[in-house]
Design a protein around this ligand. Structure first.
Ligand code: ADP
Length: 407
């Protein structure tokens, strides 16, 4: 496998496939792109080869086979095709690994079967992941394929953080427990934060705030996740773009019994019509910021609710960790919105957290500190890179497995 250092990372959703080709020799991104509207009358592929103009095509992609075929064609046009001997593996983002998959896993027929058994835990995500894996295996049957799970980083959470306080037999019968998501991001960002602090991951305790359209917080002690805000599904925890996050579970019962809503209607309400969108009609924090500047009351209240929830989690994870070395912001909102960062941490001087307003206002795409020099707890902004993390984990699995095959 010497010389084969490239990893193709695939993130297959129900109607889209995102991809990146990364060379692990130097971490360089050789190409990236997106196929959208798979299964619709007209789809689109956007392909961005690094250092060359991007290309865009509109055509029908009836299924994932057609979509991945188009990805392979685009890559081939740049001399980066799937038949290249420099391609070491394909790394797949897999959403739900349940309790079975706690590590990046080399895909075999048996693994695909086991992934199928996990579909009830992630009915929206896992089927698309499996399709992506199956199509990619057909395209290159000889190439190692690795599944990297969104839940894996949280799998080591202590049992007291992972269990809900409900009847144990019922919970076990239906695999009801807290799994957590965004794991590759929390793992990458916590490790990168340690690097920024000049420390090894084992030496630091970090609170990671992944604030994108979906949002989650995690408490990471010495490189291991000890608690995270998402649960059985990505619905629990922080207020998100369109998801409610935490609420009294009896709200669901009430909406069903008194409001007459069906389970599917409540599911759609809580996942797609709640959060910032439900509160004020917008889920993009840029638009909410603009409306607040104009004195819009609903936008202000939504922002305050969002920040209040965030502060509760920061306080909770501070207590869980006991000693916190850094609070770190990542993803779309976390990386780009100084107002959210400031509001989340203001007035926490007595906890040793002091944000420097000038540093916080500076825009930039690289990891940076935004705390004052005297702040005991460092505050950082670290852009997440889930694709790079998936590529690294994939490459590590392939190297381990090829090393173990040596005579
Ligand atoms: P996801 O991967 O969950 O779809 P991202 O991490 O890409 O989401 O985050 C998308 C969100 O980031 C947008 O909905 C928007 O609220 C927020 N966002 C992006 N850019 C900015 C910005 N410049 N200022 C404030 N918020 C931003």
């Amino acid at each position: 496998m010497s010389g084969a250092t490239r990893v193709l990372v695939l993130n297959s959703g129900s109607s889209s496939v995102k991809y990146q080709l990364i060379d692990m020799a130097d971490g360089a991104r050789l190409a990236s792109g997106l196929v959208e509207r798979i299964g619709e009358r007209q789809g689109r592929i956007k392909h961005e080869p690094t250092g060359h103009p991007q290309r865009e095509r509109y055509e029908a992609f009836p299924d994932h086979t057609a979509a991945l075929g188009a990805v392979a064609d685009e890559l081939a046009e740049d001399g980066l095709g799937l038949d290249s001997p420099r391609l070491a593996a394909i790394g797949h983002r897999a959403v739900h690994g349940g309790t079975r998959f706690t590590e990046p896993t080399l895909v075999t027929d048996e693994v695909v079967e086991q992934l199928r058994e996990l579909i009830p835990l992630a009915p929206l995500h896992n089927p698309a992941n499996i399709t992506g894996i199956e199509v990619a295996r057909k395209l290159r049957p000889d190439l190692p394929q690795v599944a990297v799970f969104d839940t894996a980083f949280h799998a080591g959470m202590p049992e007291y953080a992972a269990r809900y306080a409900i009847d144990k037999a019922t919970a076990d019968a239906h695999q009801v427990r807290r799994y957590g998501f965004h794991g590759t991001s929390h793992q990458y960002v916590s490790r990168r934060t340690a690097q920024l602090l000049g420390a090894s991951p084992e030496a630091v305790n970090v609170i990671v705030l992944h604030l994108g359209n979906g949002a989650s917080a995690s408490a990471v002690a010495g490189g291991r996740c000890v608690d995270t805000s998402m649960g059985l599904t990505p619905l629990e925890g922080l207020v998100m773009g369109t998801r409610s996050g935490d609420l009294d579970p009896a709200v669901v019962l009430h909406l069903h019994r008194v409001g007459g809503m069906s389970v599917d209607e409540i599911d759609a309400l809580l996942n797609r019509r709640s959060g910032m969108l439900g509160l004020c009609g917008d889920n993009d924090m840029r638009e909410i910021g603009r409306r607040m500047d104009e004195g819009d009351h609903d936008a202000r209240l939504a922002f305050d609710i969002y920040v209040h929830r965030l502060r509760k989690y920061i306080g909770a994870y501070y207590a869980v960790l006991g000693r916190v070395d850094a609070v770190v912001f990542t993803a779309g909102v976390g990386e780009n919105d100084p107002a959210v960062r400031e509001a989340a941490l203001t007035g926490m001087d007595s906890l040793g957290i002091e944000v420097d307003p000038v540093r916080n206002a500076v825009r930039g795409g690289s990891p940076r500190l935004i705390s004052t020099d005297s702040s005991r707890v460092k505050v950082a902004v670290v852009p997440t890179d889930e694709e790079l993390e998936i590529a690294q984990q994939t490459f590590a699995v392939v190297r381990r497995s090829s090393a173990s095959e040596q005579p």
